[in-house]
Design a protein around this ligand. Structure first.
Ligand SMILES: Cc1ncc(COP(=O)(O)O)c(C=O)c1O
Ligand SMILES: N[C@@H](CCCC[NH3+])C(=O)O
Length: 384
């Protein structure tokens, strides 16, 4: 919900831009940290969701670790000041250069996604005279019941080590003097709103933890990944129910004494704290359809084009009027999928109106591109 003061400020800014509400981010962080503290759970922030410096600093100050998916994310996490003992590096295709970089930075652990990667990390660590801490990312074949394109924990997905490869993993671990096995890692998908999915995940985690322990590998860390969804239909539901989420893991994981439980949350922390603010360039009244053409497109926010994702759209210049006209809200990019919403009910809209596209804090700014030689996306912050 934007105040009149916010909207007045937007009027002076060049559009399009991502608007970040830092006090909402702070409230979301506090809720997450408080809820995790109840069970002594460790939370890493999944940097891929948004690596804007201003946000990262706040997230680091809240005491979270960093879950990274590239060498550059690892470097950035350390530069921003995340404690290197709380930096983890996952990713199905880590290059030798990225692995070496992370070894040199002495990060907490590598979440390893294949048997071959395990052997490569051992070899590279040996050359550097290091012992790399590793957790095995297991693909548990659990359906996340989310959009097909953001499901990561089914047999058909490229992520993690499949159950049938675990005996080979154990063999490599046994003969690798430069690897220290610390635990197991999972991440079954993103934007998960049905919490029962996490109960199913816990059942599988318990089975895999037992499997490793029975073979003489103590599991010190259970990293359950991220995936907690947000309410895109209702952006005023600003803070996800972290308490209910963590309670599931407390209730369903068979946790051993001294075992740590780690989480990697991205969207749930930053998703609601931002909107993409754009201006109407043109309104085209077709015979069967009305188009609003914005100065923002899929180059600024790719999620609708990529996953047909829903984001609430508001006309900020006409807050009081009745939303009575249906528009297809599109961008300027030369792609037919460059569409933010079809048949969106809005107030009668004219050239120059400001449009807010809500819930864009996660996988928004970071997925922007220069396609069509578009400019760098702009940002603005507020701390109410
Ligand atoms: C390994 C891993 N951990 C954590 C996340 C964060 O996911 P989310 O933003 O859904 O919490 C992702 C992204 O899906 C991921 O690939
Ligand atoms: N980028 C996706 C989520 C993928 C998360 C990374 N595995 C989104 O916008 O929803």
């Amino acid at each position: 919900m934007f105040s009149n003061k916010d909207i007045a400020q937007f009027a002076d800014l060049e559009t399009p831009f991502y608007y970040y509400d830092l006090s909402l981010l702070q409230r979301s962080l506090s809720a997450c940290v408080e809820a995790a503290k109840v069970y002594d759970f460790h939370v890493h922030y999944a940097m891929k969701a948004n690596f804007n410096d201003t946000l990262l600093k706040k997230i680091k100050e809240a005491g979270l670790g960093a879950d990274c998916v590239s060498g550059n994310e690892v470097k950035k996490a350390i530069e921003v000041g995340f404690d290197k003992k709380k930096v983890v590096f996952a990713g199905v295709g880590k290059s030798d250069k990225e692995i070496n970089g992370a070894l040199d930075l002495d990060i907490f652990c590598f979440n390893v996604e294949s048997v071959q990667e395990l052997a490569v990390i051992n070899e590279l660590a040996e050359k550097r005279g290091k012992v790399a801490k590793v957790a095995i990312r297991i693909n548990p074949n659990v359906d996340a019941h989310t959009h097909h394109n953001i499901t990561t924990g089914l047999d058909e997905n490229k992520f993690g080590v499949n159950s049938w490869d675990l005996p080979d993993c154990a063999e490599v671990l046994k003969v690798s003097a430069n690897l220290e096995f610390i635990g197991i890692h999972f991440h079954i998908g993103s934007q998960i709103t049905n919490l029962d999915v996490f109960k199913n995940l816990c059942v599988r985690i318990n089975e895999f933890a037992k499997w490793f322990e029975e073979r003489g590998f103590p599991v010190k860390v259970l990293n359950v990944g991220g995936g907690l969804g947000i309410d895109y239909q209702n952006p005023e539901q600003q803070i996800p129910d972290f308490a209910a989420y963590f309670k599931i893991f407390n209730d369903f994981l068979e946790k051993r004494p001294n075992q740590e439980v780690h989480f990697e949350l991205g969207r749930a922390i930053v998703g609601q704290c931002s909107s993409l603010i754009s201006r109407v360039l043109y309104v085209k009244n077709g015979k069967s359809k009305n188009f609003i053409i914005l100065d923002a497109g899929m180059t600024e926010l790719m999620r609708p084009a990529l996953y047909q994702a829903y984001h609430q759209i508001e006309n900020l210049s006409k807050q009081d009027g009745e939303a009575s006209v249906k528009y297809d809200v599109v961008g300027p990019i030369c792609e037919s999928t460059d569409c933010f919403g079809k048949e969106v009910l809005l107030q009668e809209t004219v050239r120059g109106d400001l449009i807010g596209i809500r819930s864009t804090g996660a996988y928004g700014e970071v997925m922007s591109s220069h396609y069509n030689l578009r400019e760098n996306v702009r940002v603005a912050f507020s701390e109410r």
